[in-house]
Ligand binder design. Structure first.
Ligand SMILES: Nc1ncnc2c1ncn2[C@@H]1O[C@H](COP(=O)(O)OP(=O)(O)OP(=O)(O)O)[C@@H](O)[C@H]1O
Ligand SMILES: Nc1ncnc2c1ncn2[C@@H]1O[C@H](COP(=O)(O)OP(=O)(O)OP(=O)(O)O)[C@@H](O)[C@H]1O
Lengths: 218, 218
């Protein structure tokens, strides 16, 4: 099992601190709000009211002993930057940051964090795909950057065969199976001659980047 | 193409209004903030400064002609409820709501909305699974007769390439990814030239019969 540091316990930080603990890992969390710390205290390894921009405070709490950190200080962009820099000083190399704007994301990429998430935007893109009738019905992570998802057929793929579309080469994803909604049949490992219908859904697997790309096709 | 109504243009509402437009649909959006409306105006079908809790205002803007609506009024839970009720009065049956807490979600379920999203929480759960590097799988059923499993390399496959072995054709399974145990790297959708090592494990997908057969190979 691993040890994680979570900075900032808004909805996102709180949920991830809880979830990592449920998954059997140790979580140390800090936040400026005593009520939040009191609420989460019993649920995780350790929680403290503290300013995460302060290097010595982080070190005292064991911030230098963790495998990875999550930074989610909400609207306070400066705090998120200072917290990332403090974590770098403690030699924490795996840092995930919840950002609140594209520019915030760009700053974090410049700082070399492992990954940024932008929940409002990421979820909006996912819901948009769904409500146009192209659903990402299931999403299953398989490893650090590899997952499976179920998706509807992009309009431009309807009536074409898998071979014609050259999906694996073009998008770097594998089609595991086709679910024919009308007959409720599964076609496992479909071959290149399978012709896609708009009533099909696909189970596809690949890296998150590849899966994001494929969700954007019309 | 479809027509959508978006109520509230925070990060989520703004992103979904933009994205639905990119996907070729019509979007009518309302918000209380004139600056936001000015910014999105040129990008979508129609944008207006308006209070979405007012039925007549929504009707005047064409709210009764849309296929579906998205409600994302942020912290104002009461506004979100009144907006949903107004949309119901306009006979809009497909309504998606961005909620800011579990209780907010429960209210929306009671109101019978199509779906709620809770971006901070949904994204946190997704990231948690990722950063534990958890492959959830030893064996994962995806449908009534379709599953994924993780397996070691049969001795007879070591040092052969995927192409040489003709695995898909011979065994009717798909190799989703190779997990190189020594480097802890995942190789998604490996190509035919990938040469198998005895320290690899494979994530394979197929019917249960196919997976059973493959487990018996030496
Ligand atoms: N320097 C800091 N050190 C520790 N915690 C901080 C610091 N700055 C801000 N925080 C904490 O980060 C949290 C951010 O939560 P807030 O609800 O503002 O934003 P958020 O990340 O947008 O939340 P959500 O995940 O709900 O969208 C607050 O609880 C705040 O106390
Ligand atoms: N009654 C209403 N009618 C129309 N718009 C409203 C109404 N009430 C609130 N809004 C709008 O909803 C938007 C909500 O955005 P805000 O940034 O507060 O929250 P949010 O949904 O949490 O944002 P984000 O998606 O960035 O997390 C605001 O721009 C506000 O003007």
């Amino acid at each position: 099992n691993k040890r994680f540091f979570v900075v900032g316990l808004g909805n996102f930080g709180y949920a991830i601190a809880e979830r990592l603990t449920e998954l059997g890992h140790e979580v140390i969390a800090v936040d400026l709000d005593p009520e939040t710390i009191d609420r989460i205290g019993p649920l995780i390894t350790r929680a403290a009211v503290a300013d995460a921009t302060d290097l010595e405070t982080l070190r005292k709490l064991g911030g230098d002993t963790v495998d990875a950190a999550v930074v989610s200080t909400g609207d306070d962009i400066t705090a998120s930057i200072l917290a990332v820099l403090a974590l770098h000083d403690l030699k924490i190399r795996e840092i995930y940051v919840k950002v609140i704007s594209r520019d915030h994301g760009r700053v974090m990429e410049k700082l070399g964090v492992s990954e940024t998430v932008f929940p409002e935007r990421d979820t909006a893109l996912g819901l948009a795909a769904k409500i146009c009738g192209r659903s990402l019905l299931k999403y299953l992570p398989l490893g650090t950057n590899f997952s499976i998802q179920e998706m509807g057929i992009p309009n431009s793929w309807v009536s074409k065969t898998i071979g014609e579309l050259g999906i694996r080469q073009a998008y770097d994803i594998t089609i595991l199976a086709i679910h024919d909604i009308l007959t409720d049949k599964f076609y496992a490992t479909p071959g290149p001659d399978y012709r896609l219908k708009d009533s099909d859904t696909l189970f596809v697997a690949g890296t998150d980047q590849a899966l994001k790309r494929i969700a954007l096709i019309d």
